[in-house]
Write a protein that binds this ligand. Structure first.
Ligand code: AMP
Ligand code: GLY
Length: 425
């Protein structure tokens, strides 16, 4: 089969590697990909235009389109393919626009959760005309206050604020001054949930579903989860607290009602559902849905999938995912993200990365890298490479990650040394 994967980050690197290992894959194209992904497929630069992506698929007779990031899904790439007579036979892994609203509109997703009795924090949504009411509502809550822009805001649209006056000011910023543009035309105020987070991934054809390995990501730049939010500093899979009892609750209270809800809403959903969960005293609550895999969770989740992922994609195209036998590796996988010093604020690009050819028993999933004119691999983003290793337990996997990281260097490389530590008490 011929497959086109859209994306260029660590997540897509992990997906590309897995696709390349399938006996069903004849050819993998990745647009735009990155220098590290060349090992697993042919990188092409088609751009974001759906028509061009469609033309490429027609020309190359692509069978399966795998959409890595959320933006093309929210913008309707799946609808585009299903509305074109020459493209509708292609299996698109990723929901249509309506399903993508689970991620694209927090107001939509919270209303969906409430309608289908899916446990989540209490909330109310406000527009610019309800500003006074919103401030009154804030006063009825205990701090910290959780404010969320309704739409996509590049991962920055959630504010957690301890002080009431500051929260009121931020409400003004979001609703009156459109701090996040169109995304904050509506703002959700949510009850704060205290607990520890994990990420659950479900692959579905809209009817049946398979639960992929659970993971935890580390979002903040600083150790012990301090400092600014990032695109993710590392991940581990599995998550010790997400034991069978917890996962049974997740399946019964969250996954099954989510799939049933999608069916009742006539949302034909083929692809990944990423459920961001808060574990509140061993009870799972949904923080958010995403309509794609997580980054950097995928770097720890995908290596643990032993069965053929392309077979799953193919079965999704035939509405037969129920026939897929998902096999999971029992070992632990940990991923540590190497980032450019200064990230997530100002950082340099173009620094030569040394030591990549010395790595042992480890996978380097490239994110922000490229080749310079001298054919050296250089940094090309904030998050540069995920170093991913297996181990019989979390400590062993982490030891291997950090041993390999010691062999890699570039000017102002930074990483967190405490990935997984909070889970190993
Ligand atoms: P979201 O974009 O909805 O995932 O929110 C970003 C992050 O904010 C989450 O990963 C949580 O760490 C935090 N968060 C969001 N909603 C809540 C909530 N209701 N209670 C506590 N933390 C939250
Ligand atoms: N790791 C969180 C996300 O991908 O949104």
């Amino acid at each position: 089969m011929k497959i086109l994967l859209l994306g260029s980050g660590g997540r897509e690197s992990a997906i590309a590697k897995k696709i390349s290992e399938s006996r069903l894959t004849d050819k993998l194209f990745i647009s735009p990909g990155n220098v590290g992904m060349k090992e697993w497929g042919e990188c092409v630069s088609i751009g974001d235009d759906f028509e061009k992506i469609g033309d490429f698929c027609k020309k190359e007779k692509v069978d399966i389109l795998v959409v890595g990031p959320e933006q093309p899904l929210v913008d309707g790439i799946s609808d585009w393919f299903s509305n074109d007579k020459d493209l509708k036979g292609i299996t698109v892994i990723g929901p249509k626009k309506k399903g993508a609203m689970l991620e694209g509109s927090k107001d939509f997703s919270k209303a969906f959760m409430n309608k289908y009795n899916i446990p989540t924090a209490k909330y109310k949504t406000f527009g610019v005309n309800d500003l006074e009411e919103a401030k009154e509502f804030l006063k009825t809550l205990k701090p910290p206050y959780v404010l969320k822009a309704d739409g996509l805001a590049a991962g920055k649209g959630v504010l957690i604020i301890n002080d009431l006056l500051e929260a009121e000011k931020e409400l003004d910023n979001m609703l009156l001054d459109k701090k996040f543009g169109k995304a904050s035309e509506k703002v959700l105020i949510e009850e704060f949930l205290k607990g520890i987070e994990c990420s659950v991934f479900v692959l579905t054809d809209g009817c049946s579903y398979k639960v992929l390995p659970v993971a935890k990501d580390y979002k903040r730049i600083g150790e012990k989860d301090t400092g600014l939010n990032t695109g993710g500093m590392g991940s581990v899979s599995p998550v010790p607290f997400a034991d069978n009892m917890f996962m049974d609750k997740v399946e019964k209270n969250i996954i099954i009602p989510t799939i049933q809800g999608l069916q009742e809403e006539n949302i034909d959903y083929k692809g990944f559902i990423f459920i961001g969960l808060m574990n509140v005293e061993q009870e799972p609550y949904v923080i958010e849905y995403n309509v794609r895999m997580g980054d950097p969770e995928t770097e720890s989740v995908f290596p643990r999938i032993k069965s053929d992922i392309v077979e799953a994609f193919n079965l999704i195209g035939q509405d037969r995912l129920k026939d897929y036998k998902l096999e999971i590796d029992d070992r632990v996988v940990t991923s540590v993200m190497l980032v450019s010093g200064g990230y997530p604020e100002h950082y340099e690009k173009g620094n030569v990365i040394n030591g990549l050819d010395c790595l042992q028993d480890c996978i380097a999933f490239h994110a922000g890298t490229k080749e310079n004119e001298k054919k050296e691999i250089v940094t090309n983003g904030g998050r540069v490479i995920s170093i991913t290793c297996f181990g019989d337990d979390m400590q062993k996997a982490l030891n291997k990650c950090y041993e390999n990281i010691n062999k890699i260097s570039w000017q102002a490389m930074y990483y967190r040394k405490d990935i997984g530590k909070d889970l190993m008490k």
